[in-house]
Design a protein around this ligand. Sequence first.
Ligand code: NAD
Length: 362
Amino acid sequence: MVGGGPGSFIGGIHRLGAQIAGIDLVAGVFSGNRDKSLEAARGYGIAPDRCYPTAEALFAAESARADGIDMVAIATPNHLHLPVALQAIAAGVDIISDKPATATLAEVLLLRDALAKGDSRYALTFTYSAYPMVREARARIAAGEIGAVRKTIVTYAQGTLAGPARPDAVRSWRTDPAQAGVGGCVSDIGTHAFNLAEYVTGTPVTAICADLGSQGDERLLDDDCTVLLRFGGGGRGALIASQIAFGERNALSFQVYGDRGALHWHFDQADMLRLVRGGDTSLLTPASAGLLAPTPVPRGIGNGLIAPFAILYRDFAEACAGKPELIDNMLPGIEAGVRSMRFVERAVASSADGAGWVTLDG
Ligand SMILES: NC(=O)c1ccc[n+]([C@@H]2O[C@H](COP(=O)([O-])OP(=O)(O)OC[C@H]3O[C@@H](n4cnc5c(N)ncnc54)[C@H](O)[C@@H]3O)[C@@H](O)[C@H]2O)c1
């Protein structure tokens, strides 16, 4: 793992998800600070000689070992995703990267080119795509259960930046363009919402009209976004992502309305899916839906982020072991990364231009 040092948000979740999927964390660079990196290595139970000072040193030393690493998890602030991924590709190591893929659209296009020339497999931990009931919704929409999708609404509200703007609010790299990239909230959680909208409907968003805002002059990146969506095939939708939603923790939800029914999902009840068909409404759970796909944790247990991370790691390991078709299909890969970074850059451009419509074409 690169990133994921002491006190980090996502490092421990990567580690646990991987472990449940049968993948051992054996080496890493967990912080830019050597002492903190060694402290993390101790916590993760990693031998000090496999805790490296830099990512370059990690790939060089691990490539020379008979039992060297097979894959790397990237869990650093966004601006380091590209350089670490490029080093992994040069070393022929598979990559499971946290989102957003990179800090900018130009960077993700570079990454896509490098992946095309190299041998590394690549997946993105768009966490919410891996909840069993989200995948159930996707399968039911693909099977035509709610008919043609007319309207998709996805909302992601957090209160992490609510209150007076402070440079140190939450984790400061998230509000620093040099580390977060071109988008603030639109990149941090808007990309989750965007990916979810396309993943569940199975339909690309073709155009957006965005209104991004930030509190006061001190905050350099957006902390609030409202985006209208047009989907290929004629559906319309809306995406709200906000980090100034006072009191909200992780209020992610979607509603998808077809011409014969609807599906509703909410993170707080991630093991439930509300299906409306004709005059009937039913609550589906993993048991009632008769999910065929096995999950690496007992059904109904572990709705926090660990269960979907375990599923993402399990699927990525399968993809690397001979099922590459899982990537960019069931598992978000570089194409989802390019699309989400295009969403970020075009949303910023649309908003700067007075919230005009922009396409998401290449
Ligand atoms: N998939 C999800 O649901 C989800 C949730 C949270 C964060 N994330 C993503 O994960 C990434 C990390 O976010 P976070 O919230 O854990 O951030 P964080 O600030 O909590 O942790 C970042 C870690 O990276 C380490 N780091 C910084 N520079 C480094 C370097 N040069 N080499 C090695 N390590 C270095 C820091 O020491 C720290 O331990 C971000 O890209 C974020 O968008 C994803």
